[in-house]
Design a protein around this ligand. Structure first.
Ligand SMILES: Nc1ncnc2c1ncn2[C@@H]1O[C@H](COP(=O)(O)OP(=O)(O)O)[C@@H](O)[C@H]1O
Ligand SMILES: [Mg+2]
Length: 306
């Protein structure tokens, strides 16, 4: 299965879809493929409840671990996000907030990384952007949290500036104390610049792949996912239909399920004729370990691909 030339030049592939449809499985299989045919590859999960290391049969570890020749896997959790805060400009943004409310830096980062989903996601995007631009990896495969949360991102600084707009004189004069000497509006402007760069990265360097399964709820939710991408100017380049029953044998049970799936599959081909659609069969076992991931890889990229 050949990808369009534009898609091949993108260094990051992001998998999106509702929970349980096979994002992590397809991310793992895609990473395996890139490691075999393209070069050093990182599979990274930003899902709050990641399972990427699990499918490669490894224990939780935040730093990239080498699982095979040219293949690294990492799960980005809350602690790593907090570290990024400190590294980037968490102290400055904290300065903005602490000029309004009395809050300790610890409490503030806790709040930001756990409660404000927009900020949390923005730093995830920024982290992946840095990884991608760092050039250490030829390909990065990004296993994300379910869509809704992920795309609430990058709006925060613009929102904040909107809130401050009615009284710019006051805020622009507000000099911050110990943490920074910059005016609040300058910091928010910088922050907005960072968001714009992150959006740019998502549009130019990230290939969006959407995953679904041929069942009512998953299919119904797809339109929402596509609309959400569209709202931010992103375009999905591929749709994966996972768990497709290919062999029914003489089982009436499987035959009935397969017939039901067929209706959904046909409607998916009708609705999304504009993008590449790939089907992955339902395997008779869960997908864990490299050997089983290879089978998913073969469905995604064709037998000769890897
Ligand atoms: N094509 C498939 N055939 C059989 N089992 C699958 C298939 N795809 C995924 N699974 C299994 O379904 C479960 C959910 O998949 P996962 O990739 O973790 O979904 P997500 O990341 O979208 O939540 C896992 O146990 C996985 O092994
Ligand atoms: Mg997952």
């Amino acid at each position: 299965m050949r990808e369009s030339p534009g898609a091949e030049t993108k260094r990051v592939t992001m998998f999106a879809g509702k929970g349980g449809v096979g994002k992590t499985t397809c991310a793992g299989a895609t990473a395996l493929h890139h490691a075999t045919s393209d070069g050093d590859t990182l599979a990274i999960s930003t899902d709050p409840t990641p399972s990427l290391l699990h499918i490669f049969e490894l224990k939780d570890r935040p730093k990239p671990v080498k699982v095979l020749e040219r293949l690294y896997v990492a799960e980005l959790g809350r602690n790593e996000v907090k570290d990024m805060w400190d590294r980037k400009f968490g102290r400055e943004v904290y300065g903005v907030f602490s000029s309004f409310v009395s809050v300790s830096y610890e409490e503030f980062t806790e709040f930001v990384t756990s409660i404000l989903p927009g900020l949390h996601d923005e730093f995830m995007v920024d982290y992946i952007k840095e990884l991608s631009q760092g050039g250490k990896y030829r390909q990065i495969v990004w296993d994300t949290a379910p869509m809704g949360q992920t795309l609430g991102l990058l709006q925060t600084p613009a929102m904040l500036r909107e809130h401050l707009r009615p009284a710019p004189r006051i805020y622009s004069r507000l000099k911050l104390g110990r943490e920074t000497r910059k005016p609040v509006l300058d910091i928010i402007k910088e922050w907005e610049g960072l968001s714009a760069a992150d959006m740019d990265f998502l549009r130019k360097d990230v290939k969006f792949v959407i995953i679904t399964i041929p069942e009512a709820l998953a299919v119904e939710q797809l339109d929402g996912i596509f609309a959400e991408l569209d709202r931010y100017g992103f375009r999905a380049e591929q749709l994966i239909i996972n768990n497709v029953i290919k062999e029914v044998g003489d089982s009436d049970f499987l035959k009935a399920r397969a017939e039901q799936q067929q209706g959904y599959i046909e409607s998916l081909y009708r609705s999304y004729s504009g993008i590449g659609i790939v089907e992955v069969p339902l395997f008779p076992h869960e997908i864990k370990g490299v050997d089983r991931l290879r089978k998913v890889e073969a469905s995604l990229f064709g037998q000769s691909g890897g």
